[in-house]
Design a protein around this ligand. Sequence first.
Ligand code: NCD
Length: 309
Amino acid sequence: MRHLLSPLDFSVEEVDHMLRLASDISENPDKYSHVCDGKKLATLFYEPSTRTRLSFEAAMLNLGGKTLGFQSAQSSSASKGESVADTIRVISCYADIAAMRHPKEGAPAVAASFSNIPVINAGDGGHNHPTQTFTDLLTIKKLKGRLDNMTIGLCGDLKFGRTVHSLVNAMKRYKNVKFIFISPVELKIPQYLREELTNENYDFVETNTLEDVMPELDILYMTRVQQERFFNEADYIRLKDSFILTESKLALAKDDCYVLHPLPRVNEISVEIDNDPRAAYFKQVQNGVYVRMALIMILLGLDKEFPID
Ligand code: NCD
Protein backbone atom coordinates (compact mmCIF):
# COMPACT_ATOMS: atom_id res chain seq x y z
CA MET A 1 0.00 0.00 0.00
CA ARG A 2 1.20 3.44 -0.93
CA HIS A 3 0.77 6.85 0.74
CA LEU A 4 1.64 10.37 -0.39
CA LEU A 5 3.32 12.35 2.38
CA SER A 6 5.94 14.36 0.47
CA PRO A 7 6.24 15.21 -3.23
CA LEU A 8 9.47 13.19 -3.18
CA ASP A 9 7.53 9.99 -2.44
CA PHE A 10 7.03 9.81 -6.21
CA SER A 11 10.02 9.47 -8.55
CA VAL A 12 10.42 11.94 -11.43
CA GLU A 13 9.09 9.22 -13.77
CA GLU A 14 6.08 8.59 -11.55
CA VAL A 15 5.34 12.33 -11.36
CA ASP A 16 5.57 12.48 -15.14
CA HIS A 17 3.09 9.59 -15.39
CA MET A 18 0.71 11.34 -12.96
CA LEU A 19 0.85 14.59 -14.91
CA ARG A 20 0.21 12.78 -18.19
CA LEU A 21 -2.72 10.94 -16.65
CA ALA A 22 -4.07 14.26 -15.26
CA SER A 23 -3.78 15.83 -18.73
CA ASP A 24 -5.61 12.90 -20.29
CA ILE A 25 -8.34 13.23 -17.65
CA SER A 26 -8.67 16.94 -18.47
CA GLU A 27 -9.08 16.12 -22.17
CA ASN A 28 -11.35 13.07 -21.79
CA PRO A 29 -13.23 13.43 -18.50
CA ASP A 30 -16.02 11.03 -19.52
CA LYS A 31 -13.56 8.18 -19.92
CA TYR A 32 -12.86 8.37 -16.17
CA SER A 33 -16.32 9.03 -14.78
CA HIS A 34 -16.85 5.52 -13.33
CA VAL A 35 -13.31 4.55 -12.33
CA CYS A 36 -14.12 4.83 -8.61
CA ASP A 37 -17.68 3.53 -8.61
CA GLY A 38 -18.29 2.07 -5.15
CA LYS A 39 -15.16 3.67 -3.62
CA LYS A 40 -15.08 6.20 -0.79
CA LEU A 41 -12.67 9.02 0.02
CA ALA A 42 -12.48 10.36 3.59
CA THR A 43 -11.41 13.99 4.00
CA LEU A 44 -9.95 14.49 7.49
CA PHE A 45 -9.39 18.22 7.81
CA TYR A 46 -8.13 19.43 11.20
CA GLU A 47 -7.47 22.88 9.70
CA PRO A 48 -9.67 25.14 7.55
CA SER A 49 -9.63 24.75 3.79
CA THR A 50 -11.88 25.57 0.87
CA ARG A 51 -9.95 24.65 -2.22
CA THR A 52 -8.07 21.58 -1.13
CA ARG A 53 -10.94 19.80 0.60
CA LEU A 54 -13.52 20.58 -2.07
CA SER A 55 -10.99 19.79 -4.77
CA PHE A 56 -10.47 16.31 -3.29
CA GLU A 57 -14.21 15.85 -3.00
CA ALA A 58 -14.82 17.05 -6.57
CA ALA A 59 -12.05 14.71 -7.78
CA MET A 60 -13.63 11.67 -6.12
CA LEU A 61 -17.13 12.61 -7.29
CA ASN A 62 -15.84 13.08 -10.87
CA LEU A 63 -14.42 9.55 -10.70
CA GLY A 64 -17.82 8.18 -9.70
CA GLY A 65 -16.90 7.66 -6.03
CA LYS A 66 -18.34 9.08 -2.81
CA THR A 67 -16.88 11.17 0.01
CA LEU A 68 -17.25 11.53 3.76
CA GLY A 69 -15.31 13.44 6.37
CA PHE A 70 -14.99 16.40 8.72
CA GLN A 71 -13.93 19.99 8.19
CA SER A 72 -12.35 21.00 11.49
CA ALA A 73 -10.77 19.53 14.60
CA GLN A 74 -13.70 20.94 16.62
CA SER A 75 -16.22 18.89 14.65
CA SER A 76 -14.27 15.63 15.01
CA SER A 77 -13.43 13.43 17.99
CA ALA A 78 -10.07 15.21 18.17
CA SER A 79 -11.99 17.69 20.34
CA LYS A 80 -12.60 14.78 22.78
CA GLY A 81 -8.89 13.97 22.79
CA GLU A 82 -8.79 11.16 20.23
CA SER A 83 -5.35 10.58 18.69
CA VAL A 84 -4.65 10.72 14.96
CA ALA A 85 -3.62 7.06 15.19
CA ASP A 86 -7.00 5.99 16.55
CA THR A 87 -8.93 8.21 14.13
CA ILE A 88 -7.25 6.69 11.08
CA ARG A 89 -7.81 3.15 12.39
CA VAL A 90 -11.50 3.97 12.58
CA ILE A 91 -11.62 5.70 9.20
CA SER A 92 -9.85 2.72 7.62
CA CYS A 93 -13.07 0.78 8.29
CA TYR A 94 -15.22 3.37 6.49
CA ALA A 95 -13.26 4.49 3.43
CA ASP A 96 -10.86 3.25 0.74
CA ILE A 97 -8.52 6.27 0.82
CA ALA A 98 -8.06 9.34 3.05
CA ALA A 99 -6.80 12.90 2.60
CA MET A 100 -5.60 14.56 5.81
CA ARG A 101 -4.82 18.18 6.60
CA HIS A 102 -3.33 18.91 10.02
CA PRO A 103 -1.69 21.90 11.73
CA LYS A 104 1.10 19.68 13.10
CA GLU A 105 4.01 18.77 10.86
CA GLY A 106 4.22 14.99 10.45
CA ALA A 107 0.62 14.19 11.54
CA PRO A 108 -0.28 12.57 8.17
CA ALA A 109 2.90 10.46 8.43
CA VAL A 110 1.79 9.22 11.86
CA ALA A 111 -1.65 8.45 10.41
CA ALA A 112 -0.07 6.56 7.50
CA SER A 113 1.86 4.33 9.89
CA PHE A 114 -1.39 3.18 11.53
CA SER A 115 -3.55 3.07 8.42
CA ASN A 116 -4.93 0.21 6.36
CA ILE A 117 -5.81 2.59 3.52
CA PRO A 118 -3.66 5.04 1.49
CA VAL A 119 -3.19 8.40 3.28
CA ILE A 120 -2.63 11.60 1.32
CA ASN A 121 -1.02 14.56 3.06
CA ALA A 122 -3.28 17.50 2.20
CA GLY A 123 -1.01 19.96 4.04
CA ASP A 124 0.82 19.48 7.37
CA GLY A 125 1.67 22.69 9.24
CA GLY A 126 4.44 24.65 7.56
CA HIS A 127 5.99 21.45 6.18
CA ASN A 128 4.61 19.94 2.98
CA HIS A 129 1.67 20.18 0.60
CA PRO A 130 2.39 17.59 -2.09
CA THR A 131 -0.93 17.72 -3.94
CA GLN A 132 -0.65 21.50 -4.31
CA THR A 133 2.84 20.91 -5.68
CA PHE A 134 1.62 18.41 -8.28
CA THR A 135 -1.05 20.96 -9.20
CA ASP A 136 1.68 23.60 -9.62
CA LEU A 137 3.79 21.23 -11.72
CA LEU A 138 0.87 20.42 -14.02
CA THR A 139 0.12 24.13 -14.42
CA ILE A 140 3.74 25.00 -15.21
CA LYS A 141 4.04 22.04 -17.61
CA LYS A 142 0.88 23.03 -19.48
CA LEU A 143 1.85 26.69 -19.72
CA LYS A 144 5.56 26.38 -20.46
CA GLY A 145 5.71 22.92 -22.03
CA ARG A 146 8.54 21.93 -19.68
CA LEU A 147 9.65 21.71 -16.06
CA ASP A 148 13.38 22.15 -16.66
CA ASN A 149 15.45 25.13 -17.84
CA MET A 150 13.66 27.89 -16.02
CA THR A 151 13.94 30.61 -13.44
CA ILE A 152 11.23 30.53 -10.83
CA GLY A 153 10.63 33.36 -8.40
CA LEU A 154 8.92 32.49 -5.10
CA CYS A 155 7.60 35.53 -3.30
CA GLY A 156 5.99 36.20 0.08
CA ASP A 157 6.03 34.01 3.17
CA LEU A 158 8.82 31.60 2.38
CA LYS A 159 9.32 30.71 6.04
CA PHE A 160 5.91 29.27 6.88
CA GLY A 161 4.58 28.61 3.37
CA ARG A 162 4.38 24.83 2.97
CA THR A 163 3.50 25.15 -0.72
CA VAL A 164 6.87 26.84 -1.27
CA HIS A 165 8.83 24.17 0.60
CA SER A 166 7.14 21.38 -1.33
CA LEU A 167 7.49 23.08 -4.71
CA VAL A 168 11.20 23.77 -4.25
CA ASN A 169 11.83 20.14 -3.34
CA ALA A 170 9.93 18.96 -6.38
CA MET A 171 11.39 21.47 -8.87
CA LYS A 172 15.00 20.94 -7.88
CA ARG A 173 14.87 17.49 -9.45
CA TYR A 174 14.59 19.06 -12.93
CA LYS A 175 17.65 20.25 -14.85
CA ASN A 176 18.80 23.86 -14.87
CA VAL A 177 16.16 25.31 -12.57
CA LYS A 178 17.14 28.54 -10.82
CA PHE A 179 15.25 29.69 -7.70
CA ILE A 180 14.87 33.35 -6.77
CA PHE A 181 13.48 33.74 -3.25
CA ILE A 182 11.80 37.09 -2.68
CA SER A 183 10.72 37.82 0.89
CA PRO A 184 11.11 40.16 3.84
CA VAL A 185 14.14 39.17 5.94
CA GLU A 186 11.85 37.79 8.67
CA LEU A 187 10.13 35.40 6.22
CA LYS A 188 13.11 33.93 4.38
CA ILE A 189 13.24 30.22 3.53
CA PRO A 190 13.95 27.94 6.52
CA GLN A 191 17.61 27.26 7.28
CA TYR A 192 17.27 23.51 6.56
CA LEU A 193 16.12 24.28 3.03
CA ARG A 194 18.92 26.82 2.48
CA GLU A 195 21.45 24.24 3.67
CA GLU A 196 20.05 21.56 1.39
CA LEU A 197 20.17 23.87 -1.62
CA THR A 198 23.69 25.02 -0.77
CA ASN A 199 25.07 21.55 -0.05
CA GLU A 200 23.55 20.13 -3.20
CA ASN A 201 24.87 23.07 -5.30
CA TYR A 202 21.55 24.41 -6.54
CA ASP A 203 21.37 27.78 -8.19
CA PHE A 204 19.46 30.14 -5.88
CA VAL A 205 19.34 33.78 -4.83
CA GLU A 206 17.61 35.48 -1.90
CA THR A 207 16.40 39.07 -2.19
CA ASN A 208 13.83 41.46 -0.75
CA THR A 209 12.99 43.38 -3.92
CA LEU A 210 10.60 42.01 -6.48
CA GLU A 211 11.10 44.69 -9.15
CA ASP A 212 14.82 43.98 -9.65
CA VAL A 213 14.35 40.30 -10.43
CA MET A 214 11.06 40.51 -12.30
CA PRO A 215 12.56 40.64 -15.85
CA GLU A 216 14.45 37.37 -15.23
CA LEU A 217 11.49 35.22 -14.21
CA ASP A 218 9.75 32.49 -16.22
CA ILE A 219 7.34 31.77 -13.35
CA LEU A 220 6.38 33.98 -10.41
CA TYR A 221 4.89 32.01 -7.49
CA MET A 222 3.16 34.44 -5.12
CA THR A 223 2.12 33.38 -1.61
CA ARG A 224 0.04 34.70 1.27
CA VAL A 225 1.65 35.65 4.57
CA GLN A 226 0.55 32.73 6.77
CA GLN A 227 -1.23 34.56 9.59
CA GLU A 228 -2.13 31.37 11.47
CA ARG A 229 1.54 30.41 11.96
CA PHE A 230 2.64 33.70 13.55
CA PHE A 231 3.23 33.87 17.29
CA ASN A 232 2.69 37.60 17.36
CA GLU A 233 -0.16 39.54 15.73
CA ALA A 234 1.92 42.74 15.51
CA ASP A 235 4.55 40.96 13.37
CA TYR A 236 1.84 39.67 11.04
CA ILE A 237 0.37 43.15 10.62
CA ARG A 238 3.79 44.64 9.93
CA LEU A 239 4.68 41.99 7.31
CA LYS A 240 1.39 41.09 5.68
CA ASP A 241 1.57 43.61 2.85
CA SER A 242 5.30 43.36 2.17
CA PHE A 243 4.74 42.38 -1.46
CA ILE A 244 1.79 43.35 -3.59
CA LEU A 245 1.92 42.45 -7.26
CA THR A 246 0.41 45.29 -9.28
CA GLU A 247 0.05 45.95 -13.00
CA SER A 248 3.06 48.26 -12.96
CA LYS A 249 5.28 45.59 -11.38
CA LEU A 250 4.00 42.91 -13.77
CA ALA A 251 4.84 45.24 -16.65
CA LEU A 252 8.52 44.53 -15.88
CA ALA A 253 8.05 40.80 -16.51
CA LYS A 254 8.45 38.79 -19.71
CA ASP A 255 5.35 38.26 -21.85
CA ASP A 256 5.41 34.58 -20.96
CA CYS A 257 6.16 34.89 -17.25
CA TYR A 258 3.12 33.25 -15.65
CA VAL A 259 1.90 34.19 -12.19
CA LEU A 260 0.86 31.31 -9.93
CA HIS A 261 -0.60 31.43 -6.41
CA PRO A 262 -1.90 28.45 -4.38
CA LEU A 263 -4.75 30.67 -3.06
CA PRO A 264 -6.40 31.94 -0.92
CA ARG A 265 -5.22 35.39 -1.98
CA VAL A 266 -5.38 38.17 0.54
CA ASN A 267 -3.69 41.35 -0.74
CA GLU A 268 -0.60 40.05 -2.44
CA ILE A 269 -1.97 40.09 -5.99
CA SER A 270 -3.97 43.09 -7.07
CA VAL A 271 -7.28 42.10 -8.70
CA GLU A 272 -6.37 44.31 -11.67
CA ILE A 273 -4.09 41.47 -12.79
CA ASP A 274 -6.79 38.79 -12.85
CA ASN A 275 -7.54 39.34 -16.54
CA ASP A 276 -3.91 39.49 -17.63
CA PRO A 277 -3.14 36.42 -19.80
CA ARG A 278 -0.20 35.72 -17.49
CA ALA A 279 -2.43 35.27 -14.43
CA ALA A 280 -2.59 31.49 -13.99
CA TYR A 281 -3.93 31.10 -10.45
CA PHE A 282 -7.48 30.18 -11.41
CA LYS A 283 -6.19 27.69 -14.00
CA GLN A 284 -4.25 26.12 -11.14
CA VAL A 285 -7.49 25.48 -9.26
CA GLN A 286 -8.92 23.56 -12.21
CA ASN A 287 -5.69 21.61 -12.66
CA GLY A 288 -5.84 20.69 -8.96
CA VAL A 289 -8.94 18.60 -9.55
CA TYR A 290 -7.35 16.70 -12.47
CA VAL A 291 -4.17 16.00 -10.51
CA ARG A 292 -6.12 14.75 -7.51
CA MET A 293 -8.19 12.49 -9.78
CA ALA A 294 -4.97 11.05 -11.20
CA LEU A 295 -3.47 10.63 -7.74
CA ILE A 296 -6.53 8.85 -6.31
CA MET A 297 -6.46 6.46 -9.28
CA ILE A 298 -2.75 5.77 -8.82
CA LEU A 299 -2.92 5.20 -5.06
CA LEU A 300 -5.88 2.84 -5.51
CA GLY A 301 -4.01 1.01 -8.30
CA LEU A 302 -6.74 1.87 -10.81
CA ASP A 303 -4.52 3.72 -13.30
CA LYS A 304 -3.28 0.43 -14.75
CA GLU A 305 -6.65 -0.09 -16.39
CA PHE A 306 -6.16 3.16 -18.32
CA PRO A 307 -2.87 3.03 -20.23
CA ILE A 308 -2.07 6.45 -21.65
CA ASP A 309 1.24 5.81 -23.43
C1 NCD B 1 -2.34 26.76 0.67
C2 NCD B 1 -2.17 25.98 1.94
O1 NCD B 1 -3.13 25.53 2.54
O2 NCD B 1 -1.02 25.82 2.33
N1 NCD B 1 -3.65 26.74 0.20
C3 NCD B 1 -4.07 25.69 -0.57
O3 NCD B 1 -4.03 24.54 -0.17
N2 NCD B 1 -4.47 25.97 -1.79
C4 NCD B 1 -1.78 28.12 0.73
C5 NCD B 1 -2.24 29.03 1.82
O4 NCD B 1 -3.08 28.67 2.66
O5 NCD B 1 -1.77 30.15 1.82
